[in-house]
Design a protein around this ligand. Sequence first.
Ligand code: NDP
Ligand code: ZN
Length: 350
Amino acid sequence: MKGYGITSLEHPSWLEKERPVCGPLDAIVKPVAVAPCSSDTHVMHGGSGEKVNLILGHEAVGEAVEVGALVKRVKPGDFVVVPCTTPDWLAPGIQGSLYTAHDDGMISGYKFVNSKDGVFAEYFHVNQADANLAFLPEGVSPEAALMIVDMMSTGFHAVELAEIGFGDTVAVIGIGPVGLMAIAGAALRGAGRIIAVGTRPASIEVAKSYGASEIVSYRGGDLAARIKEMTGGGVQKTIIAGGDGETFRQAVEMTKAMGTIANVNFFDMKDALNMPAFVWGLGMSNKDIRCGFCPGGRVRVEKLMELVRCGRIDPTRLITHKFRGFDKIEDAFLLMDKKPQDLIKPIVYC
Ligand code: NDP
Ligand code: ZN
């Protein structure tokens, strides 16, 4: 079968591979729509280390074409929503803890592109289909579900990590699709002032529509100093959804004592996180630094779809580009890598 990925770092290409084999608890899914993620582009550039001959992609909705002998809920022909994190629910690390991303080791709950081929393929494998695949409820579009499986789950996870409360002043650094979902999540959680950091015009418009009070550019002077000045000393909660190692220093610095810094950004292997001790109160500021990976599994995605079904959020505002045809995965991926000013998120109808 055909898939799109990398032959080696910096070499995106179409690949020819064997169709994956379905285990007794698993499913083989044919994608109906997929979306490239910034993390796919990081992987191509070596952000997570050496990778060869790997099919990319981890955001998909599709049709189950084959299920294992022990699968009870999912049937061939079902339309399924595929969480980007598909934990092994039998792994000792997950039992009793619900750390879906780290089922049996750091980020091991994330299988696509990490420990096996991704979803940019004619067919892809999903482990433990009954526990990991969700059905689309009436009132939720396939496009909305596609924005939920990673973007909304990750952006909302940042809000969970930050424990945003009523009236909190929040900074969201990065207004790509992940940061935009964090803004929407922060607003739903009752944040007061939300300061969004980014420059792309398409994102700025959507950030405002999701509840950003102000937009600040990360260019043009020290971001932490400017946010501290705007807020009279800093924000209570800071979410990092973009930037590099230096952004981390700024995030810690712009957060008040007793505040929380929540990171969901993918720092590059080559990044070093920069945090002079004074921005962390010489280790005594009671600033809480947290980080997390996109939670997955069927119930997580079902709960997020419930928010969409009930009209609390519309994640399809992220979609700026639509491609038609499996072969267009290449165009969508290369566009995601280039990140033009009018881009937030491309999707491909396969
Ligand atoms: P985008 O690249 O679309 O957005 C990044 C944002 O960060 C943009 O708004 C960009 O600004 C801004 N930015 C860039 N440089 C800086 C800087 N120096 N300081 C402050 N802001 C900056 O990314 P996505 O929204 O798609 O993804 C965000 C991150 O989350 C990525 O690293 C991605 O890999 C990661 N990710 C993590 C997941 C997890 O499970 N933890 C899951 C999915 C994604 P501008 O507006 O100018 O472009
Ligand atoms: Zn992703």
